[in-house]
Design a protein around this ligand. Structure first.
Ligand code: GAP
Length: 513
């Protein structure tokens, strides 16, 4: 655990030291759970967004993008159910005065049971070797069965309590499980209460005419209210999708873990409109397709898992998370939800406008069902960044810090370094930059010894360093150094564009899907 915490601390401090992420308004001691993306962070974030947009929008003929406003008519949120149901169940510990999400306390308890079961499974795998049949073991070993049955019973009871609004039973469950406050160890709890997560604001000049607005808590509603506009103007035929990326805001009470849970964050969402009855087929399709997208980045298959929801959101008939192994354990990275026709029907009812699709093949109107994929851009950033940060011990016993970002996402693709600051080498290095910058984000660095410059670029995550030396003046070749292998090759300046392009092109990375 201490190791995990250290790793996470390193992630946070590296992100600051190398210009990726700063605390918001730091000179005023910051604002809790709000962060700014710095000069390198903004490039990495943009590259992740572009990678998603390419794969989801531009590679699908039947998916288009929009960019809806953050402010929406307030009735939107009444219709979507957010005014009444976008709540977190909160509980306070009377001794420590700390506030927690009741569902998170219970889920953490259940996860501990799961971990106990997994430990037994791993032990048995070690004992039985190749012959190990996990499914049989899990269903027959009394101890493992006990842990898993207990875990499931707890989660089901919690889901029942939350869905039916029986918060007294949620509290009773916390007490029966003897869950203690992680801060003080006390079991002296208040009642469980619901707390709405939307931020309110006002539109208008005078207090009496001002209209109450909300900052959108998800981007999806901007898609739903534009469903018919896009379908008609784009002549879209079902099944089709509408995608967008943009800011969302939630008044998170338990906001911690750096950019994992923020009050202002960015989502990348896609609503896929399908014929009623076909939603499960597309739900499975998008689960699989989205996992493949994540895997294409090469962060390790073992770092992803699906988690099927017991407790469904107010709009869903099936939902799963893609969880990622963050430095603090497996947590939700992306959600895939089968949202039924809930949103379109609700908007039809509240606006009085028809939100139906006319199916020319079936010659009838219907309200489409929706399968949604929703991934947090900031969480993607954290997954990529934390997984890429490595401390390596080299052959000579020295260590280096290297940020092994997938090169397609790296903020700077190459740094061009004159070996020394004279003899025309800086001028030649700048000429190379002038040419490469048409295709890639490239940097120039002439400060310090070249070895130190390599280390700095390693820590920044730059996949290539190109060194210009005296031989370059004679034969127009340079040294190209690869970040991960540290291998150096002598290549012609004329070949640089091709070499870099092959390594960083979205085409080559997305082809791995
Ligand atoms: N439209 C569906 C929706 O908003 P969600 O599961 O609440 O579903 C989707 O959110 C994704 O948005 C999450 O999987 C997560 O990656 C990201 N997300 C949600 N709340 C967040 C927060 N407070 N900070 C950062 N990312 C968040």
């Amino acid at each position: 655990m201490a190791k995990q915490e250290d790793l996470f601390k390193n992630v946070v401090s590296h992100a600051k030291e190398y210009g990726y992420i700063f605390q918001s308004s730091e000179i005023y001691d910051g604002l809790s759970a709000v962060y700014d993306y710095a000069q390198n962070g903004v490039e990495l974030k943009k590259n992740i967004r572009d990678y998603w947009w390419k794969s989801m929008v531009q590679m699908h003929e039947n998916i288009v993008g929009i960019d809806a406003a953050i402010f929406m008519h307030p009735t939107t949120w009444k219709a979507s159910g957010h005014v009444d149901a976008f709540n977190d169940p909160l509980i306070d510990n009377k001794d420590s005065k700390k506030r927690y999400r009741a569902d998170v306390l219970i889920e953490d308890y259940a996860e501990k049971l799961n971990q106990k079961a997994q430990k037994e499974i791993e032990k048995a795998r070690g004992r039985f070797g190749e012959a190990f049949d996990e499914e049989q073991f899990v269903t027959t070993n009394e101890r493992v069965k006990g842990y898993l049955d207990q875990k499931n019973a707890i989660l089901q009871r919690m889901a029942r309590g939350l869905e039916s609004g029986d918060l007294a039973d949620v509290k009773a469950l916390i007490e029966e499980l003897e869950i203690a406050c992680p801060d003080s160890g006390s079991k002296n709890w208040t009642e469980v209460r619901q707390f709405n997560l939307m931020f309110g604001t006002k539109l208008g000049a005078s207090a009496d005419t001002a209209m109450d607005l909300y900052l959108r808590p998800e981007t999806a509603q901007g898609i739903f209210v534009n469903f018919l506009n896009v379908q008609k103007t784009g002549r879209m035929k079902i099944p089709f999708g509408i995608a967008q990326t943009g800011k969302a805001f939630r008044n998170e009470i338990v906001a911690r873990q750096f950019i994992f849970r923020m009050r202002e964050f960015e989502q990348m969402e896609m609503q896929f409109f399908v014929k009623p009855g076909e939603e499960m087929k597309y739900y499975e399709y998008w689960k699989e397709t989205r996992l493949k997208w994540h895997l294409s980045l090469g962060l390790g298959k073992e770092n992803y898992r699906f988690h099927d929801h017991e407790k469904l959101a107010h709009y869903a008939n099936a939902a799963a998370d893609i969880e990622f192994n963050f430095p603090f354990g497996f947590k939700e990275l992306e959600g895939i939800h089968s949202r039924t026709d809930f949103d379109l029907k609700a908007h039809e009812e509240f606006s009085g406008k028809k939100m139906q699709y006319f199916d020319t093949e079936e010659n009838k109107n219907y309200t489409p069902y929706v399968v949604e994929t929703s991934v947090g851009l900031d969480r993607m950033f954290l997954a990529v960044f934390s997984n890429s940060l490595k401390e390596e011990t080299l052959e000579d016993g020295s260590t280096r810090t290297v940020l092994q970002l997938p090169s397609v996402l790296a903020p700077t693709k190459a740094a061009v370094l004159p070996l020394i600051k004279r003899d025309g080498l800086p001028e030649l290095a700048k000429e190379i930059i002038e040419d490469l910058k048409w295709d890639f984000n490239v940097a120039y660095d002439e400060k310090d010894a070249v070895g130190r410059r390599y280390r700095r670029q390693d820590a920044l995550g730059t996949p290539f360093c190109i060194t210009v030396d005296h031989q370059t003046l004679e034969d127009k070749t340079v040294t190209i150094r690869h970040r991960d292998s540290m291998q150096q090759d002598r290549v012609a300046i004329a070949d640089l564009r091709k070499i870099i392009s092959e390594d960083v092109s979205m085409r080559n990375w997305l082809m791995k899907m």
